[in-house]
Design a protein around this ligand. Structure first.
Ligand code: GLU
Length: 464
């Protein structure tokens, strides 16, 4: 069992590609096989090292560990040339000297006759056929000699049996006039050389598959070697039913990392886009690997659901141990210019606030107030820090200047203050929250206060 992911480094790792990578990886791992990374960088103008780095970083973040690669197609050009020469020699490929004007005229004529435009095979060698004379000084393209009759059939892992008539497929260009090999050809040579047994990819490639199978068959000859199993997973659609795009928010994996999602949550959520195991929604990496055997892949497109992703992420956030969570929150705070030590206090802050957060960004929104000044809105000040409550806040401040700095002692000081001023808890607590935290709702006040320093509390309550 050998699977691969073959992204083009023309941008970040798109969510659709990440999901395909996840399926391919889990599929290989389930059967104890290998997962291979191949970078399809033949579009030199649009490919970049930065994109390669990002793809690798995103796979690493999701912990989709690769066994071989990255292999780069641009480093394999010699190998493609070698195969093309072999095909020319074997007669499974041939030179075509048509100019682009000639091809355009051919298509025009076909359209005028109401036919589908296609290469008419004028340079295709046939027994007893006289080929046109080679025009001087014209570098030829190389075309694949596609079989003329019959159908190409494969049993798609996702879509079931698919048959395409060879009449639909014309003689594909496999090397351009400047000698560069074309996409469908390179993929075949790569999958062959890398001994890929299962090709899982987006269903935008369904039309390429019969061409690739024909080329591969030509290369395999009568060696009896098996073809890979192909599985084409449907696209991921945006919440509005259109193809997932930037319009729907983030479409790169790394952006979700930046926005405070956890890799375990992302992995879990992505796995459920187009695959299921009974009605399991939350499952571990180990469960995924135990279950993912290439069945239960959905034939219909999956829909991106940001609310569900947040729900899944919140689940993992709650379940995560506080010490590693503190490290992630420190990273988020650092990005805002707030440098904090990853210490016990930060872990306790995570424990206190994580239940109410969907992402580490939201968690950093809460915890930031322990490290930078906050300011309450005028409305909150007017509504909660009233003249009726101010004397009680001053009393509490006095007591907090002296008590032992423990949650129990702070709770006792609050209680005593309420008794002395004849106030109810919410009246005092909301005023203190607005002054301390810049908002009127927080977890339990004594727990919130304990994690500030005494100096911070005395300074912020002076504002009453
Ligand atoms: N480079 C192709 C893509 O990103 C991969 C095609 C394949 O998996 O065969 O869509």
């Amino acid at each position: 069992m050998r699977t691969r992911i073959a992204p083009s480094p023309t941008g970040f790792l798109h969510l659709g590609t990440a999901r395909t990578a996840l399926f391919s990886w889990a599929f290989a791992r389930h059967f104890g096989g290998d997962f291979i990374l191949r970078i399809e960088d033949t579009d030199v103008a649009r490919s970049s090292q930065e994109a390669v780095d990002q793809i690798i970083a995103a796979l690493r973040w999701l912990q989709l560990d690769i066994d071989e690669g990255p292999f780069f197609q641009m480093q394999r050009i010699e190998r493609y040339r070698e195969v093309i020469d072999q095909m020319l020699a074997a007669g499974t490929a041939y030179h075509c000297y048509c100019s682009s004007e000639e091809l355009e005229a051919m298509r025009e004529a076909q359209r005028a006759r109401g036919e589908k435009p296609r290469y008419d095979g004028r340079w295709r060698p046939e027994p007893g056929k006289a080929l046109p004379s080679v025009p001087p000084g014209v570098p030829p393209v190389v075309r694949f000699r596609n079989p003329q009759g019959g159908v190409v059939t494969w049993d798609d892992l996702v879509k079931g049996p698919i048959s395409i008539s060879n009449q639909e497929l014309d003689d594909l260009v496999i090397a351009r006039a400047d000698g560069t090999p074309t996409y469908n050809f390179c993929v075949v040579v790569d999958d062959w050389d890398m001994q890929i047994s299962h090709v899982v990819r987006g269903d935008d490639h369904v039309n390429n598959t019969p061409r690739q199978i024909n080329i591969l068959r030509a290369l395999l000859g009568d060696s009896g070697a098996p073809l890979p199993v192909y599985g084409h997973v449907p696209m991921i659609l945006g919440p509005d039913g259109d193809k997932l795009s930037k319009r729907h928010g983030a479409v790169s994996v790394t952006q979700y990392e930046d926005e405070g999602y956890l890799p375990e949550a992302m992995l879990n959520y992505l796995a459920r886009l187009g695959w299921s195991h009974g009605d399991a929604e939350i499952f571990s990496r180990e469960q995924l690997l135990a279950w993912f055997d290439g069945t239960h892949l959905s034939k219909s497109p999956a829909q991106w659901d940001p609310a569900k992703l947040s729900w899944v992420n919140a689940h993992y956030l709650k379940a995560m141990a506080d010490v590693p969570l503190a490290a992630l929150v420190a990273q988020q705070l650092r990005r805002r210019g707030i440098d904090v030590p990853v210490d016990e206090r930060l872990s306790r802050l995570c424990a206190l606030f994580k239940d109410r957060c969907g992402t580490t960004v939201e968690l950093a929104d809460w915890i930031g107030m322990y490290f930078v000044e906050v300011s309450a809105s005028d409305d909150d000040m007017t509504a909660f820090v009233t003249d009726a409550v101010k004397p009680a806040v001053a009393t509490l401040r006095g007591k907090l200047g002296e008590v032992e700095w423990t949650r129990a002692a702070i709770a006792a000081a609050i209680k005593a203050t309420l008794g002395e001023h004849g106030l109810k808890m919410p009246q005092l607590a909301q005023a203190v929250r607005v002054l301390m935290c810049g908002r009127s709702q927080t977890p339990s006040l004594d727990a919130v206060l304990e994690l500030f320093t005494r100096e911070q509390v005395l300074a912020r309550l002076r504002g009453a």
